[in-house]
Design a protein around this ligand. Structure first.
Ligand code: HEC
Length: 194
């Protein structure tokens, strides 16, 4: 009886293994085999790289119409030129209220992104400068390379600088969202008084 069972178990195992070998081996090595729920692969929606007769240019991936901006995008319509910088200085004001929270956030962002060069006190005593990077002018006592004292830099000038960078200083537009930039501007004003 036991011997019979042994053969049955062995037989079943052999059949199962043989069946799975047959089912899983494919002629084409790159084939993914049987597709479960194939309409997840062959869906009716167009893939972005597929031809599409519904659009004039025949492409599925359409570019947004000229002049459109993403929801929530904040425009800064001042070019990266001396004129744009001066214009921003006259017209742009920090939209954020001077609160302890904004100031605290500004300090944290400044410490992370700006202090390596400008120093925690804004006097160009950052660690990168200590290692030989050209020192920026001090916010409180230096002169801007674009004219005027650093302590007189306006909201617009500082925001313009963070957005575009200046010479050895890179742009921080991809690291800091507009609201974060304004928090940093607020904190730079504090450093100008030190
Ligand atoms: C890699 C070093 C470095 C970092 C990091 C850096 N800066 Fe600068 N920054 C400079 C240098 C160098 C200058 C002087 C550029 C010049 O005048 O040629 C400068 C100049 C400035 C000026 C003066 C602009 C003007 O009109 O004269 C401001 C304002 C400023 N930085 C703000 C910031 C803020 C805010 C951050 C952080 C978001 C920051 N910087 C990060 C190096 C840096």
């Amino acid at each position: 009886m036991l011997a019979m069972n042994k053969y049955k178990i062995l037989g079943t195992a052999v059949i199962t293994i043989a069946a799975s070998v047959v089912f899983t081996s494919c002629k084409d090595k790159r084939s993914t085999g049987w597709e479960y729920a194939p309409n997840m692969y062959e869906h009716i929606a167009y893939d972005p790289d597929q031809k599409n007769p519904n659009f004039k240019d025949g492409k599925t991936a359409q570019v947004p119409p000229a002049g459109t901006i993403p929801v929530g995008f904040v425009k800064f319509d001042y070019p990266n030129t001396k004129e744009g910088y001066e214009q921003a200085s006259l017209e742009v004001k920090n939209p954020l209220a001077m609160t302890t929270q904004n100031m605290t956030d500004g300090k944290a962002l400044f410490t992370t992104f700006c202090s390596p060069c400008h120093g925690v006190s804004g006097k160009a005593d950052g660690t990168v400068v200590a290692h030989g990077f050209p020192a920026p002018p001090s916010y409180s006592t230096g002169q801007s390379s674009r004219g005027g004292a650093m302590k007189d830099l306006t909201d617009g000038k500082i925001y313009h600088t963070i957005t575009y960078g200046l010479n050895n200083m890179g742009s921080y537009a991809s690291q800091l969202a507009p609201e974060e930039r304004w928090k940093v501007v607020m904190y730079v004003h504090h450093l100008q008084t030190l």
